[in-house]
Design a protein around this ligand. Structure first.
Ligand code: ADP
Ligand code: MG
Length: 335
């Protein structure tokens, strides 16, 4: 039976801003099985990085619990908590600020292994560092161990950042827009490295991206979770979510992806009414997406939609009109 390596339960995060509280994350629950890839999709500001930091134990949630291999992170003893935190590593977007410019690659990789007693001694750390550099495609390793980050390209730095994440033998890697700043031409090689590490080491990924096409590719064998303004609005098998979205917002995100087929470019688009995000310091009276939704009704202003299953195969959506709107779009397209 598949086991959950990560489970988030009813996670919420409020940031103090001025006189109010900004609800950056609100009631987020999800599961991630061992060795799988969960994509987390949504536009900037929807709470993706906050969620990633909570799972990695970098940010303490205002509410809710994180379970790593069944252990509650906030209730673990001090030593246990350190172990659990090490098992979740983050690879960030910004390859220019994520590596310490004053340290050589050897230090960046070896110090954490020695400090956390992953290896017996410095020599073993150096051997493992060379192995990891090989795994991320920086060969021969001896060419890279003595370099500083400014002596490497963006793609090479990101490979070092991946090797650093791996050196403490994590079970989960939070890849937060990890290829967004990488040149298109190098992206697929980095994605292939992630994939290979999953096959070889059984790593589970929380793959955070604003790009639906990337999510569809990376999480094709598992699930995609779509977030809007701090809430999960859709969650399900990646193919179902991307090809048959049940939330108008997901559909809009998918349509923002350029279609290579020119015949489809002129198909009727789901045009949003407005682009404003809701004020996250105010309590909800209804759906957070309604100001932008072409299908808004009075129910949407008065009732907060809850995440519910629709259809088969664990496809969840938080929309009052999930049953009706796809048919309305189809009709309009035929007319
Ligand atoms: P994403 O990664 O999807 O862009 P974030 O998790 O970074 O979203 O941010 C979610 C919301 O929380 C945004 O409105 C952002 O401005 C706010 N936010 C993030 N970090 C902080 C912070 N440390 N203090 C105050 N507000 C924050
Ligand atoms: Mg972010």
């Amino acid at each position: 039976m598949a086991t959950n390596v990560v489970q988030g339960k009813d996670l919420a995060q409020q940031y103090r801003v001025g006189q109010g509280n900004l609800r950056a994350l609100d009631g987020v629950s999800f599961e991630l099985e061992t060795g799988r890839s969960l994509a987390i999709v949504g536009e900037s500001g929807c709470g993706k990085s906050t969620l990633g930091k909570i799972i990695a134990g970098i940010v303490e949630p205002t509410q809710g619990s994180v379970y790593i291999e069944g252990e509650n992170l906030s209730q673990a003893s001090k030593t246990e908590a350190i172990k659990l935190r090490l098992s979740v590593q983050v690879v960030q977007q910004d390859v220019y600020s994520s590596l310490n410019p004053r340290r050589r690659v050897s230090g960046i990789l070896c110090d954490p292994m020695v400090y956390h007693r992953i290896v017996r001694n410095r020599k073993a750390a150096a051997d493992r560092a060379a192995e990891l550099l090989d795994m991320v495609g920086l060969s021969p390793a001896s060419d890279f161990l003595q370099r500083f980050s400014y002596q490497m390209s963006g793609g090479q730095r990101q490979r070092v950042a991946i090797a650093r994440a791996l050196c403490v033998n994590p079970k989960i890697v939070v890849a937060d827009e990890a290829v967004s700043m990488i040149d298109m031409s190098l992206r697929s090689s980095i994605l292939n490295i992630f994939q290979r590490l999953q096959d070889d080491m059984g790593i589970a990924y929380m793959f955070i991206t604003h790009d639906v096409a990337l999510a569809r590719y990376f999480a094709r064998d598992y699930r995609t979770m779509v977030m809007y303004a701090g809430k999960v609005i859709e969650l399900g098998p990646t193919e179902a979510v991307v090809d048959h979205p049940l939330h108008p917002y997901t559909r809009m995100l998918c349509e923002a992806v350029p279609d290579p087929d020119p015949a489809n470019r002129h198909a009727l688009r789901l045009v949003p009414k407005a682009s404003d995000l809701p004020d996250l310091t105010q309590p909800d009276t209804g759906c957070r997406f309604r100001a932008r939704c072409p299908f808004e009704t009075s129910q949407c202003s008065n009732e907060v939609p809850i995440l519910r299953t629709l259809g088969e195969g664990g496809h969840w959506v938080a929309c009052h009109h999930a049953e009706e709107w796809p048919g309305m779009v189809e009709q309009a397209q035929e007319a």
